[in-house]
Design a protein around this ligand. Sequence first.
Ligand SMILES: [Zn+2]
Length: 166
Amino acid sequence: MPISQEAMARFWAKVDVRGPDDCWPWTAGTDRAGYGKLKVDGRDVGAHRISCEIADGPIPAGLSVLHSCDNPPCCNPSHLKPGTGRRNLVEAVERGRRPESLRGSHPRAKISGEDAAAIRSSNLPGIVLARQFGVAKSTITFIRRGSSEALKERRRARRAEVMAGA
Ligand SMILES: [Zn+2]
């Protein structure tokens, strides 16, 4: 997900930036686990994920952003890195995304909105994403096609606005 200048400005306005080695606490709303949240394109995105993306570029699909400081509201990019921590694997199993064994595919696995967004923003081949998310490759194709249709629709709407002098 590319971060717009507008979202970046809103993001930094809510981070208490301290020394380079200190934790930089999120000062606005958090989820139940204490992770900062920011609305981007109408959905909640983890503040720590935004921080990590601004610092290091897009997070590979299927990876979470982990805190080396174990402090959920912290947004200091030097305390953050993408990865699959044990905690994230446990959460993925609880959500039923992956089978207990964590290997093989699971055709009935559900894709959350967050997963779908990660799939759309990923440049990885469909087969790789299918393995990561435990779904059929056709599901990945379907999710991506949906996204390009939606994009065309948004572009059409925007053009219409411009023509109307909005
Ligand atoms: Zn920290």
